[in-house]
Design a protein around this ligand. Structure first.
Ligand code: SF4
Ligand code: SF4
Ligand code: FES
Length: 276
């Protein structure tokens, strides 16, 4: 899979009006079922994106051989690149299908667009994958600020505008999974509850986001403990694929370096405390 940045410059060739584009879609009827390819030709209206084309296919699921098939299944939510649900591999690059504009991707008559589900998460059906492992790992990493209580806790600590700005970009993560799909250290593990592999850049970035928050830092020790376990920060091979595909342009390698340093210091402290 290519890890080139997914943000495309507008195509130099103007998109041809009334053109037909072929969609080559990897299909699978359910968990554990074999996958197969099906192709559909679509006449592209101006401004179409991958989701609107999938809707068009769902309305009349007939393959190029003229065979009626089942509608292709995909996941989506916001339709404006903020929920991450519609992430899939499009022409070999992992990205959001709702913001993938056909005029930029396939401007000529007869262009082909290939759609595949992400390979690092179990397929539910067709292009829809189950990202629960990512959410389970975020829970294990205590990716929250612990402020729940039955009484008013008063004002929180003040944060400087510089800190706010730095943390803001980290907070834009939509748990889409692009960074995990592109990561050579992140592997498919079917059961999210028993998965013990590398947590990946998204989770490491959230550990940094919440450890650098004045109140969130109360759980810093637990988060760094997780980072020192198998599947934690030491499993990162530093290939930097993650940062190249993040649609939110989060400086993931900076977060990995920062948590790497913090985990090392934490590891030393833990070692010397344990010896006392
Ligand atoms: S830098 Fe680490 S987290 Fe990012 S893609 Fe490489 S191995 Fe994965
Ligand atoms: S860090 Fe970026 S690529 Fe990874 S899950 Fe968050 S938004 Fe997606
Ligand atoms: S549907 Fe939410 S990011 Fe595409």
């Amino acid at each position: 899979m290519s890890t080139a940045p997914h943000h495309h410059a507008a195509s130099r060739t103007p998109a041809k009006a009334g053109r037909t584009v072929r969609f080559r879609i990897k299909r699978c009827d359910g968990p554990g079922q074999p996958s197969r390819w099906e192709e559909f030709d679509l006449s592209i209206p101006p401004g179409a994106n991958v989701i609107s084309c999938l809707q068009q296919i769902a309305a009349s699921p007939v393959t190029i051989e003229g065979r009626r098939t089942t509608p292709v299944v995909w996941d989506s939510g916001c339709l404006e690149e903020v929920c991450g649900a519609c992430t899939m591999v499009i022409n070999g690059k992992v990205r959001q299908s709702c913001s993938c504009i056909i005029d930029a991707l396939a401007p000529a008559d007869g262009d082909v667009i290939t759609l595949e589900p992400m390979s690092k998460f179990p397929v539910v059906r067709d292009l829809w994958v189950d990202r629960s492992r990512l959410f389970t790992d975020l829970q294990r990493a205590r990716a929250w600020v612990p402020i729940d209580g039955t009484y008013a806790l008063g004002d929180g600590p003040r944060e400087s505008p510089e800190q706010q700005q730095q943390r803001y970009v980290m907070s834009t993560c939509m748990s889409c999974g692009c960074c995990l799909e592109a990561c050579p250290q992140y592997h498919l593990q079917p059961d999210p509850e028993t998965a013990d592999g590398f947590v990946g850049a998204a989770v490491i970035n959230q550990v940094r986001l919440f450890n650098e928050h004045a109140t969130g830092a109360v759980l810093a020790t637990e988060r760094l403990d997780l980072m020192l376990e198998p599947g934690g920060i030491a499993d990162c091979g530093n290939s930097q694929n993650c940062v190249k595909v993040c649609p939110k342009e989060i400086p993931l390698t900076e977060s990995i370096a920062a948590i790497g340093r913090a985990a090392t210091i934490h590891g030393f402290k833990r070692f010397f405390t344990a010896r006392r």
